[in-house]
Design a protein around this ligand. Structure first.
Ligand code: ZN
Ligand code: ZN
Length: 408
């Protein structure tokens, strides 16, 4: 890795510019693993160079979190100071950068009830931040970094060092860092996805029909739904890139009109567990039965989190020829695996997926078919065999996907 440090610096700049698009005088909150000190320093430096007022670094350490969950005598109390700080972030409209590098199996073997209890407490305490994020009240971006433990899961046959180097290169490729002008490459990519979203918005399909081996599912779409591509705009009118990489065009389904069955095509890494071979049966929007070849107990906990966790809140279209799909790697990380494949999400819809949604109350969102839940967990359903039809209100059908690719 002769010029690794240079690449890492370019990556840090991309995160600060295209990612959160930091503005003068803004506070930036950086959440990053203790295994990524070099990248953290580069992001902090770049953020100040681009005018940030202050960069708050929130160090994440899965080992310490695991020790806490396994040993604490109080899983559910969240310190008031933590809640206060989250409220400050929302009030300030600070920009948020989350760098994910966790070992997908960091919490494997930990009592799933204890994990769930802690997650629910944390999610409740962070509800305002999560809502501000889902409403795009502030700029936010989720990006990845290669940790030795994660790399070893993706490349089990390689030495620790070789695996980490390979994962870094896969991450850099997926975020177009090898382009001459990465920011420009992102602009072009963003335009392509925006075109697809505009085409879908123009038709306002009443439903989508998914067909593939193990899959025959009709997903209703709410009236005035909005498809969106990669880029987002916050409530102050500033553009940002919520995920890097991103290959998806997505909207919200009507949480009460999903019928049929669907098979997941990739493993899902959730709560430190790898869930494999999932199938779901839906009736009137609700998951009425499900199976998994591995991790079924964790899947059950997820689906039982709350009422909304029994329904879906996102439909996303990703061509099978996407660069991540072509890499043929399973990253065991949603940020990457979701950009390799068509996916759905268990749980909450994004309020901006419907016209006027960010101004609606929770009850209004629900009345309009947008699912509400504490969770939002993507799972992959796309494959080279998948066809998707759009169904117009008059019953007319139009091909959207054929053999895993955009049909037009
Ligand atoms: Zn998605
Ligand atoms: Zn999602």
């Amino acid at each position: 890795m002769t010029n690794f440090s240079e690449q890492l610096a370019r990556y840090a700049d991309l995160i600060v510019t295209t990612g959160i698009n930091v503005k003068k005088g803004q506070t930036v909150v950086l959440s990053i693993g203790v295994d990524q000190v070099e990248l953290a320093h580069l992001i902090v430096k770049s953020a100040y160079l681009h005018g940030a007022k202050e960069v708050l670094v929130k160090w994440q350490d899965d080992k310490i979190t695991r020790l806490f969950i396994e040993n604490t005598t109080d899983l559910t109390t969240i310190r008031p100071s933590v809640i206060l700080e989250n409220d400050e972030i929302v009030a300030e409209k600070a920009s948020r950068i989350s760098v994910v590098s966790s070992n997908p199996a960091a919490f494997a073997g930990v009592d799933s009830q204890r994990i769930k209890a802690r997650q629910q407490a944390v999610m409740k305490a962070r509800q305002k931040v999560m809502q501000a994020t889902q409403n795009n009240d502030l700029s936010w971006t989720v990006v990845a970094a290669a940790s030795p433990e994660w790399a070893k899961v993706v490349f089990p046959a390689l030495s620790a060092e070789a695996a980490q180097e390979k994962l870094w290169q896969a991450i850099f490729n997926s975020v177009r860092l090898d382009a001459k002008e990465p920011n420009q490459a992102w602009e072009q990519h963003n335009d392509f996805l925006a075109q697809k979203a505009a085409w879908l918005n123009q038709y306002q399909f009443d439903a989508l029909h998914y067909q593939a081996p193990g899959t025959d599912l009709v997903i209703g779409l709410p009236k005035n739904h909005l498809w969106e591509g990669a880029g987002a705009v916050n409530s102050q009118g500033q553009s940002f890139m919520p995920n890097m990489p991103t290959e998806e065009v997505f909207t919200a389904p009507d949480a009460k009109r999903v019928d049929g069955f669907i098979r997941a095509t990739k493993p899902l890494s959730y709560a430190g567990t790898i869930i494999e071979g999932m199938t779901f049966q839906f009736k009137a929007g609700e998951i009425i039965s499900f199976t998994a070849e591995a991790g079924e107990a964790v899947l059950k906990d997820l689906i039982q989190t709350d009422e909304g966790a029994k329904r879906i809140g996102e439909v996303a279209l990703v061509p099978h020829s996407s660069p991540i799909s072509q890499s043929d790697l399973i990253f065991f990380n949603t940020l990457f695996d979701e950009n390799a494949s068509n996916h759905l999400a268990i749980g909450a819809a994004y309020s901006f997926s419907i016209k006027g949604g960010t101004e609606m109350s929770e009850a209004e969102l629900m009345a309009n078919g947008l699912n509400r839940s504490q969770v939002h967990v993507d799972f992959m359903v796309g494959s080279a065999e998948m066809s998707i039809d759009g169904i117009l209100e008059n019953g007319e059908r139009m091909p959207i996907f054929r053999n895993g690719e955009w049909a037009n």
